[in-house]
Unconditional design. Structure first.
Length: 191
């Protein structure tokens, strides 16, 4: 049984050891069937450094993220509650694949840090240690035309794969998750 969590984060900067998460979104799929879609907007870790440039990319302000209903711990608790519906974290054979776009170098370290910031050193009780990365899959598929692409961002890759992209919604974590999932299915030729 393949369990895949297509996910994306919006953060207060680019360094997982000093910045924090303010949006955690995902689509959980089991054997190709969507089981859950979630979009947790939360106040970041109170100790997180906030980079105005990162907030600008996500089209939010400090005032907006500081007024989210959930604090970091509440966001963590909601995420754990969702995961525990689909995974027995004590069963070494029952895990979820994380899947994102450039997640292995960015989102995965932030997610692991998020667990640690909430006093949990066992994030990999839920997830396989080897993630799926749509950026890597797309690199293989598009290697012959890479030089003709303006960049290799999620939006460019999705459009190249024939997926319609609403540029006004980019960098909203849930919208980016939807693009990532559609791109994954195109690349893996899943109907």
């Amino acid at each position: 049984m393949a369990k895949i969590l297509f996910y994306d984060l919006e953060t207060t900067g680019t360094m997982f050891w000093k910045n924090g998460i303010h949006q955690l979104s995902g689509i959980l799929e089991i054997d190709g069937e969507v089981k859950e879609t979630f979009n947790f907007k939360m106040r970041p870790n109170p100790n997180a450094i906030i980079d105005d440039g990162s907030l600008k990319v996500a089209n939010v302000t400090i005032e907006v993220i500081q007024n989210y209903d959930l604090d970091m711990k509440q966001g963590y608790d909601k995420f754990i509650s969702l995961l525990s519906t689909y995974v027995n974290k004590y069963d070494k054979k029952d895990k979820i694949f994380l899947c994102g776009f450039r997640n292995t170098g960015f989102d995965d370290p932030f997610l692991n840090a998020f667990f640690k910031q909430n006093g949990d050193d066992y994030s990999f009780s839920w997830f396989w240690s080897n993630s799926l990365d749509v950026n890597v899959l797309a690199t293989q598929e598009l290697k012959e035309i890479r030089q003709s692409l303006k960049d290799f961002k999620l939006s460019t890759v999705a459009e190249t794969l024939g997926i319609e992209v609403d540029h006004n919604n980019l960098h909203d974590a849930l919208y980016d998750v939807e693009l990532t999932r559609l791109s994954y299915h195109k690349l893996c030729k899943v109907q």
